[in-house]
Design a protein around this ligand. Structure first.
Ligand code: MLT
Length: 209
């Protein structure tokens, strides 16, 4: 077994349709590698699912990187953890024989997915960012060359100011990503509308572009 792969507790579920890009599922604060499996199966049936558990603990709650307060990130830790996660993805791709995955992240998982796009864009084929915010105060320059990104924000989200999510969409667009940003009439939690829109995006943008 590959040393880097073993560094992240993770679930890998093979999918019957090898032509579809695998999904990299990234849970929110306090979640784990099992949280997004049902959502992943629902929005991209047939795809392989690769789902690591964040390695940072806030109390008993797993996360993907440290924060100093809600919405205030330890950017040095975020940078180091982003490279660790990108190395895990590379190792898992070798181990399971996978093409680059599309990330599907929720909240803290969406924030590290956005950081992956900016710091290690080769790690991902695209991304769905559910309730994401800008991971860096001053985003690094990135070249995303048309990578497809869906951002779903909540108009009533008490954690993520609308301006912050809009700034993330602008950053990724300026870096050359093909960004769709939709604002739903919901809060921080996911709703059926998130599942429907994500499934539609996979069908149209990823699986039959
Ligand atoms: C974060 O810390 O990534 C965001 O504040 C979202 C959260 O996990 O609560």
């Amino acid at each position: 077994m590959d040393a880097v792969t073993t560094d992240f507790i993770h679930v890998f579920e093979p999918g019957p349709d090898a032509a579809r890009p695998p999904l990299l599922l990234l849970h929110g604060t306090g979640g784990d590698e099992r949280d997004l499996l049902p959502f992943g199966r629902m929005v991209a049936p047939g795809s392989c699912l690769l789902s690591p558990r964040g390695r940072v603990l806030e109390g008993a709650m797993p996360r993907f990187f440290r924060r100093l307060a809600e919405g205030v990130f330890d950017e040095a830790d975020l940078t180091a953890r982003t490279h660790e996660l990108a190395d895990f993805i590379e190792a898992a791709r070798r181990r399971y024989g996978l093409p680059a995955p599309v990330a599907l992240g929720f909240s803290n998982g969406a924030n590290i997915a956005a950081s992956l796009l900016l710091l290690r864009p080769e790690a991902l084929a695209g991304a769905v960012l559910l309730r994401a915010m800008s991971p860096f105060g001053r985003p690094p320059k990135a070249e995303l060359g048309g990578k497809k990104v869906l951002i779903l924000s909540g108009a009533l989200d008490p954690i993520i100011p609308a301006e912050n999510a809009a700034r993330l969409a602008d950053t990724l667009t300026d870096a050359g990503a093909a960004v769709e940003h939709k604002i739903l009439p919901s809060g921080h939690g996911l709703s059926q509308a998130d599942a429907n829109l994500t499934r539609g995006w996979f069908d149209n943008a990823i699986n039959s572009p």
